[in-house]
Design a binder for this molecule. Structure first.
Ligand SMILES: [Zn+2]
Ligand SMILES: [Zn+2]
Length: 103
């Protein structure tokens, strides 16, 4: 089988996504990192504000300490499925099972 790259940021399987890639999952909640609210929770910043560059840098440090989730074809397919079935939201336990399986 040919090695597959993340179709958003281009990293190879097993590598960490470029920050901001919509395929990357949050190591804290298992949801897409670009849309989860953990950055606000962990940095104690207001949800109504866009994080500053400095706050984003701090956030990257936090998720790196926790262990960022590398690109896996499985997750890519999952996110594709979510995007495809717009409005269909996979539940928490499915997310957690997938995150557990790969971490
Ligand atoms: Zn990516
Ligand atoms: Zn999160």
């Amino acid at each position: 089988m040919e090695p597959k790259n993340c179709h958003i940021c281009g990293v190879k399987e097993g590598e960490i996504h470029k920050f901001g890639c919509e395929i990357e999952l949050c190591p804290f909640c298992g949801h897409q990192i670009i849309s989860c609210m953990c950055i606000y929770e962990y940095l104690h910043i207001e949800e109504s504000k866009e994080p500053t560059d400095k706050e984003t840098e701090q956030w990257i440090e936090i998720i790196e300490q926790k262990g960022r989730i590398p690109y896996q074809i499985e997750i890519d397919n999952l996110i594709d499925a979510i995007a495809y079935y717009k409005g269909f939201d996979i539940n928490e336990s499915t997310h957690n099972r997938i995150v557990k399986k790969i971490t």
